[in-house]
Ligand binder design. Structure first.
Ligand code: C5P
Length: 218
């Protein structure tokens, strides 16, 4: 049987992850945080002193990663790396590695393997364009860079850190540029994506908007 997919793409800190998890919970579906796979690849590179410029080595290491996602926990070769891969320097390296086609290719089948009954909500940059081009619903979740910077700072505070707001803003702009500008699987809405601007929406409103689009299409 064909397993339905909702693809949620958008820039860094647009709230995709939270919205995807809530929508999946409401539907009782699986969820794929594809950014976590890029972060896991970055973590693997750092942890094993792999030369980040040696793309073949990076892609090979990514293929060999032993990953387990269970209940919000991310295990890599038996180690709980859930928090470790959320660190800013890991996300930064992930965004620098992400343009490499061999790495994206190495992660492609792994991402598609998440498509299991009764359904999948997948979030990332290229879910609707490359990984699940036949997705049943495609959302492009936007938010202006100021709102995203505020959310990112809030997340950092919740983790007990003291964010430098200007640095967070500059970092987001740089990641936006890298994700949008790359040749392979750039961040852009699929032709059939619904654009949703969450700048002035709460998480609940955003989830409700996605659910309403889903029910309307049935
Ligand atoms: O979404 P998150 O910030 O965790 O992703 C980390 C990095 O991985 C992003 O900055 C982006 O460059 C990359 N990524 C990607 N394609 C995806 C998901 C994430 O290129 N589908």
């Amino acid at each position: 049987v064909r397993v339905p997919v909702i693809a949620i793409d958008g820039p860094t800190a647009s709230g995709k992850g939270t919205v995807a998890a809530r929508v999946a919970a409401e539907l009782g579906w699986h969820v794929l945080d594809s950014g976590a796979l890029y972060r896991l690849a970055a973590w693997t590179v750092l942890d094993n002193n792999i030369n980040a410029n040696d793309i073949a080595a990076v892609a090979l290491a990514a293929r060999r990663m032993q990953i387990r996602f269970d209940d919000g926990q991310i295990m890599l070769a038996g180690q709980d790396v859930t928090e470790l891969i959320r660190q800013e320097h890991v996300g930064n390296l992930a965004s620098r590695l992400a343009p490499a086609a061999p790495l994206r290719e190495a992660l492609l089948e792994r991402q598609r393997a998440f498509r299991q009954p009764p359904g999948l909500v997948a979030d990332g940059r290229d879910m609707g364009t490359v990984v699940f081009p036949d997705a049943d619903l495609k959302i492009f979740l936007l938010a202006d860079v100021q709102s995203r910077a505020q959310r990112r700072c809030q997340q950092l505070r919740e983790r007990g850190l003291v964010p430098d707001e200007q640095a967070v803003l500059a970092d987001l702009k740089e990641r936006d540029f890298r994700d949008t500008d790359r040749a392979v699987a750039p961040l852009k809405p699929a032709d059939d994506a619904h654009q949703l601007d969450s700048s002035r929406l709460t998480v609940e409103d955003t989830v409700a908007a996605v659910m309403s689009l889903w029910h309307k299409r049935l």
